[in-house]
Design a protein around this ligand. Sequence first.
Ligand code: ZN
Length: 192
Amino acid sequence: MSKTIVVIDAGHGYKPAPSGGVVFDSGAIGYLGQAQHREADIAAQYANSIAYMLRTMYPAIETRLLIATREQPLSLQQRRRYEPSAAAFVSIHLNAAESRNAHGYETWYSREHSVGLAHALHGALQRALAGRLDRGIKQKGLTVCQREKPSALLELGFITNASDLEYLLLRETRARVAREVAKAVAEFVGLG
Ligand SMILES: [Zn+2]
């Protein structure tokens, strides 16, 4: 029997440049005082923690961590095509808005077969991010979510909102998100 594969995808980072070579896509940028924070870095930290939790707590699952590096840059299409047989694909992002007041977390999916995964993951965010603004589950066409198997994208909060950013930078927040998301994914694929 083949192992159940789960992919945790860290949004942004190094990607192939149209002209050849590699460019760094920082994703959205947020500031706390003078300190600049990049979405790609925070997404990578969260993806890392979620993957670590999955590997530690649910060894029956084959966890693949997708973090784009200079050596292995990733386009959106490469992410979309990666491990098509994976039972769940979860992409980690932070939101951004012109208004610094916009805040809260939300869960996105594209195809109908991903509704169940989106609900499971959103429940995990509700537990891990209790007290933060719940912006709900939303649907739109996202490149990385055009997969044959269930996939969803998490916007953990707004990097452009100081309160969200400070909260997401806390080690305890990341630990809670990692624990709850890993648990939800494991239950979704039937190995929880
Ligand atoms: Zn993003």
